[in-house]
Design a protein around this ligand. Structure first.
Ligand code: DGP
Length: 118
């Protein structure tokens, strides 16, 4: 199956700057594959963003281009964060892909939400 060409990644996007420590965040988890921090505009009692440590524009880009070890490590980190933070014994996750999907920050990220919507 031919692979699609990767979209252009902007190294100055805000999540890239957070990863490099150039912009602040409220960190809740970090390992070699992922960083998770509180969303600045929470839409639920718990609203955390998890980002992979790599330059991927979106879920599509990550799934198609990241090495398997990073894909596995990232999703394990997501579930670890979600289970740690879950306030009501459950959580929901989502990822906006592309402008038409509501994505505004073009470093792949997963929203982890739990508890009542705010
Ligand atoms: P989206 O690209 O639409 O999936 O959502 C981007 C999310 O990132 C949005 O919920 C707000 C959040 N966000 C944007 N800028 C910052 C920031 O500087 N710090 C933090 N913690 N969150 C941010």
């Amino acid at each position: 199956m031919p692979s699609q060409s990767s979209p252009i990644y902007d190294r100055n996007n805000i999540f890239a700057r957070i990863l490099r420590g150039e912009a602040p965040c409220t960190r809740v988890y970090e390992d070699e594959y992922a960083l998770a921090f509180r969303d600045i505009y929470p839409k639920a009692q718990v609203h955390v963003l998890a980002i992979p440590k790599g330059e991927y524009v979106s879920l599509t880009d990550f799934s198609q281009s990241a090495p398997p070890e990073l894909i596995t490590g990232f999703w394990r980190a997501v579930t670890r964060v979600a289970e740690t933070l879950s306030v009501a014994g459950g959580y929901r996750i989502g990822s906006n892909v592309g402008p038409g999907g509501g994505q505004v920050v073009f470093h792949f990220h997963v929203h982890i939400l739990s508890g009542p919507r705010t």
